[in-house]
Structures are given as C-alpha cells and as structure tokens.
Ligand binder design. Sequence first.
Ligand SMILES: NC(=O)c1ccc[n+]([C@@H]2O[C@H](COP(=O)([O-])OP(=O)(O)OC[C@H]3O[C@@H](n4cnc5c(N)ncnc54)[C@H](O)[C@@H]3O)[C@@H](O)[C@H]2O)c1
Length: 255
Amino acid sequence: MSLCDKAVLVTGACSGIGYAIAQELLKNNLKTLVVLDIHSKPECIDNWKDQYPKISIKYFMVNVAVDEEIKQCYEAIAKDLGTLDIVINCAGILDESDYVKMLNVNLGGVIGSTFRAIENMRKDVKGHGGVIVNISSILGLDPASVIPTYSATKHAIIAFHRSVSFGNDNMGIKFICICPGFTATPLYKNARKPGFYFNFGEEKLKMMKDANIKKQTPEVIAVGLVRLLDEAKNGSVWVIEDSEWREQTFPKLKY
Ligand SMILES: NC(=O)c1ccc[n+]([C@@H]2O[C@H](COP(=O)([O-])OP(=O)(O)OC[C@H]3O[C@@H](n4cnc5c(N)ncnc54)[C@H](O)[C@@H]3O)[C@@H](O)[C@H]2O)c1
C-alpha cells in the first residue's frame, strides 16, 4: 500500500514498538503522522519534524486510559485534519502492582481509541474507510502466570478485535490484530519494583529461564506490520515471535 496520501494515527509512538512503527511509516513517506502519547514534550517529535520536513507530524498529549481525553483528541483531529486512513493502537503498560491502571490503559485505551477511530473513518457515515490495527501480545494467546492482569488485557484485545471486525462490512474498515512475542523495549523497565510481577520468586524465575524466551527487535515488527496493512484480511490475527510471522486462526463467529 502506498502511504503517500495517508493520514495515520499511532498511540504510544514515543517508545518501543510504537516508535519503530512510526519510524517505518515515516520512511514510507506517509502524508500525515498523528502521535498520541502521555509525555508533555517528547523529543522524538521534534527529531522527526527535522528529519522529515515534508511530512505533517502532529502530536497530542493524551492519556489513553481516560476516555474523555481520547474523545477530545479525536474531535480535534476531525476538525483540523478531517478523516484518518489508518489507526494503530499500540500504547500499553506492564505492571501487576497497579492492575486498575493496566486495565484502563491496555484495554480501555484500545477500546476507546478503536470506537473513536470507527466514528472518524466509517465510510457509511462520513469517512472513507481504512485500517485499524490493535496490538495484543503472544500472551493474549498463551497467558503467563507472572503477569495475569497483563495477559487478561491482551486476551481481551483479541476478543474485542474478533468481535468488532465481524459482520460490520458496511463500515469499510479492515481490522488487524498483532501479537508480538518478547520484544526488546523499555516496557519491562520497572521489572525490579516489588509487585511488578505477580507472586514472583525463585520458582517462577526458573520457569521463565527454562522457557528460553527469545527477544526480537521492535523494527522487525514495524516492517512486517506496514506490509500487513495491505496484505492482511479483515479480522486476521498475526503472531510475530522470534522475528517469524504466522497467522493465528480462530473459529468463525456465529453472530
Ligand atoms: N515489549 C514486548 O515484549 C511486547 C510484547 C507484546 C506486546 N507488546 C505490546 O506492545 C505495545 C507497546 O509496548 P512496548 O514494548 O513498545 O512498550 P514501551 O514502554 O516501550 O512503549 C509504550 C508506549 O506507550 C505509551 N503509553 C503508556 N501509557 C500510556 C497512556 N496511558 N496513554 C498514552 N500513551 C501511553 C508510553 O509513553 C510509550 O511511549 C504495548 O501494548 C505492549 O503491551 C509488547
């Protein structure tokens, strides 16, 4: 898909996987990049503006855990930029010591941004259709005992994605869900904090070591994701683990 006439919104694009996705979109010369993140003055935005002066880059400081902030942001986008073509919901956190925050960011943020994006993009109302990508995790398919709430939010994202993508062809929106395996990003930066992992000790540490988890780079996700914008079917779920992509299939919904 050529991105040169596309307006793309990415949440959580100031770090890790979202950052790599934004970089890859910029390299592909998209028309407009809209970034939603929680920082007041993120350095990456100024750097990108310097590096890509021909691309329109807009930043909105938004806490995706707060529905009213998402609503106001999408209203401002509709007023200033009109309709979006692609929305990538990537913002997420990991910290079992604050399960309410994790539910609100990881799940509330994805659901809230998806519903606002649908309002903006649906072709049967005022939009032109488009693509909505939601970032789940491999732990949305195989939960982990050390991060039960995180695993629950990532399972829920897949359920939400499969539901919202089914039987809604009138909207002209393609929904894609991505489930990355362990990826080298700052997501785990507070891993030493008490309670960060649930009921963690020697036994769980040994289990994790025995699992021999392989790390991948965020860039490998970004490159594949840009390709999938075009190639993936509506409702599809994609795993990228140890830098290898595979499609995860599910039974078709009944209603
Ligand atoms: N790193 C991994 O191993 C891995 C694996 C599978 C899935 N994921 C998922 O990928 C996504 C990105 O994770 P990452 O590893 O790049 O993490 P990261 O910590 O590097 O980046 C997360 C980004 O989200 C932003 N963010 C956090 N809370 C926010 C909020 N309330 N409102 C707006 N923005 C907020 C952060 O500021 C940051 O820019 C997350 O949804 C994560 O669950 C990560």
